[in-house]
Design a protein. Structure first.
Ligand SMILES: [Zn+2]
Length: 443
């Protein structure tokens, strides 16, 4: 049974969050002190999954292209950047405060406002809406007053302010892109839906610079929409659960010529995990930056198409989308859970077991295989319980293959390789194992 289709309910998110904590994907931030709202820590497996998502993105967006280079800009930039970018003025939300208990809410978040009024017997006593800037302030320096700066509210600006550095130091020519992955911070008033809306999050973004040309830039925008949707599909997200949600002209940011959100059909509703925006010359224009065509000498302000994805959101949706339950194959009352993560995303690629942990020859052979595979792949060792329980434990964290060393292995130099999704078992020569997995992973 696929919980995503058949038993989709509020229970689905509880199952995901419970699995995430139990198996070490995601923990609440500062949990031993009661947690800290809007912050999350990635456990041993979550860290691997996140790293794999970022690697796949980088491989596709940078290594797989001739026209994109990478960048890693600082999280704290001169406050002038945020003034010029318009964030000090425009990165704001209207906020109201409950006069009774001083809790704050977004003025336009009617559901939360009504819920809160119920706590006071259905009556609200609110302040007038006041604008609230979402940038997170930090204080720097040793002399008073300390200098006020900001944790970046988006990673994008780091690319724009380095536009000239990149064109001067590399051989990129328009059209070209600058890719970046990094943390950003928003002083969210109402973080929620697990890691979906957090105060600290990671973005993976491409800024693709094109000539100011209405028709060709629109084509580039459409191309990037398809490239990005395909990327998620290639890594296993069900295409039926993806859609584009175009921003209506009156809803899009004033500078955006076109904007669309790539949305996922999450248990808590259709939710954005990537924005594709045609930002025109707004950003480079704000910073007074221009481009000179090296061949014609023509000078202009390039237009930019942006693809802005959330690493944490992608991770959450990969977890949700890969979660399957098979009640017919569980142990007792518990259904068998299979995380059908794409093998390239799976935290561990292979688990290695000796059939019996008290047979020294089997353990030695299995250790040898484990150490050899570990040179190239993230491999895990398991010798607890019986084979069935070990499969169960590996399925639940998405390990695509389990290798079992049995008595036959000692005679003929082969092992059993068991496939997570089909539960099919095949015999593979021990000396061909690395090659076998590398081939599977390159599919
Ligand atoms: Zn109140």
């Amino acid at each position: 049974m696929d919980v995503n289709k058949e038993t989709l309910s509020l229970g689905a998110m509880e199952k995901i969050t419970s699995l995430a904590k139990r198996r070490g994907f995601i923990f609440q931030g500062s949990e031993i002190y009661g947690g800290y709202q809007g912050f999350w820590d990635y456990g041993p497996l979550g860290t691997e999954l996140k790293k794999n998502i970022k690697n796949e993105w980088w491989k596709s967006m940078v290594y797989g292209r001739e026209d994109v280079v990478g960048l890693d800009a600082a999280i704290i930039m001169s406050p002038v950047v945020w003034d010029k970018s318009g964030h000090l003025k425009n990165f704001v939300e209207p906020l109201i405060e409950c006069k009774t208990c001083h809790k704050r809410f977004k003025a336009d978040d009617e559901a939360s406002v009504q819920r809160h009024e119920k706590e006071h017997g259905g009556k609200g006593n609110w302040t007038e809406p006041k604008t609230f800037n979402n940038l997170t302030e930090v204080l720097l320096g040793t002399t008073e007053p300390k200098e006020k700066a900001y944790l970046r509210g988006e990673i994008t600006q780091g690319v724009f302010v380095n536009f000239k550095n990149v064109t001067d130091s590399t051989r990129v020519k328009i059209p070209f892109g600058i890719a970046q992955i990094g943390k950003a911070f928003r002083n969210e008033i109402t973080p929620g839906n697990f890691t979906f809306r957090s105060r600290e999050f990671e973005q993976m973004e491409l800024e693709y610079f094109v000539k100011p040309d209405e028709k060709r830039s629109k084509e580039s925008f459409e191309d990037w929409k398809e490239i990005r949707k395909k990327w998620y599909e290639d890594l296993g997200i069900d295409g039926k659960k993806l859609r584009f949600h175009d921003h209506e002209p009156d809803k899009r940011a004033h500078y955006a010529r076109y904007a669309t959100d790539l949305e996922y059909d999450a248990p808590f509703g259709w939710s954005e995990f990537e924005g594709i925006h045609h930002r025109g010359d707004f950003d480079l224009g704000n910073h007074g930056l221009k481009y000179t065509d090296p061949e014609t000498g023509e000078e202009y302000t390039p237009w930019v198409i942006e693809t802005s994805g959330g690493v944490d959101r992608a991770l959450l949706f990969f977890l949700i989308d890969s979660y399957f339950e098979d009640p017919s194959a569980g142990s007792g009352q518990v259904a068998r859970v299979i995380l059908k993560l794409h093998p390239r995303l799976a935290p561990y690629k292979v688990a290695v077991f000796p059939l019996l942990k008290n047979k020294l020859e089997l353990v030695e052979k299995a250790r040898e295989i484990y150490k050899t595979l570990k040179k190239d792949l993230n491999v895990v060792w398991d010798d607890r319980g019986n084979i069935g329980k070990r499969y169960f434990a590996q399925d639940e964290i998405g390990t695509p293959w389990c290798v079992t060393v049995d008595f036959e292995s000692l005679d003929d130099g082969t092992v059993t390789v068991r496939d997570r999704d089909s539960a099919k078992q095949t015999r593979v020569d021990i000396d061909k194992l690395t090659n076998f997995f590398q081939t599977e992973l390159s599919k």
